[in-house]
Every structure is written in C-alpha cells, then in structure tokens.
Write a protein that binds this ligand. Structure first.
Ligand SMILES: [Zn+2]
Length: 82
C-alpha cells in the first residue's frame, strides 16, 4: 500500500467500512510511515473538531496517542465480518 492509497482509503478506514485485508495493509503502512500518521492525525483532528462542533473533548487527547491506542486495541474489531 502506498501513501496515496492511505489517503484514498482513509475515510473508509475511519468509517470501519474498509475490507479487512486492506485494513491490515493500511495499519501496517501507518505503523511504518510517519508522514501518513501525521496526515491521519490532522485529518482525524479536523473531523473530530467538526463533529464536536466547538466541544473541547477532542482537544484533550493527543491525536498521535489516540491513533496508537486504536491501532493497538482494535486488531480484531470487525475481524469476522468477511
Ligand atoms: Zn505513507
């Protein structure tokens, strides 16, 4: 998976609609690619800010730690939906 693929798949990934195989590739790429982690961090931050519509909740969590926590804690979430 390339950085361009990550950008293309990001919304599906965050929505949880990305197929499992691509999800795995996506996560692996994020783990090794700092640029994409940064890109996703800023994307998520924007989405969360928009979603919260002025709420301060999203700002309390460092996005990078949040992404890492997600990557760590959700390896088998939706793993059986194939
Ligand atoms: Zn990348």
């Amino acid at each position: 998976m390339s950085c361009k693929d990550v950008a293309d798949f990001l919304m599906e990934y965050l929505d949880g609609t990305l197929p499992r195989a691509q999800r795995v590739m996506f996560k692996l790429h994020i783990i090794v690619c700092r640029d994409c982690r940064r890109y996703i961090d800023s994307y998520k931050k924007t989405v969360e800010l928009a979603r919260d519509a002025g709420g301060a909740v999203a700002l309390e969590d460092p996005p990078e730690a949040l992404v890492r926590a997600i990557l760590k804690s959700r390896p088998s979430h939706r793993a059986n939906d194939q």
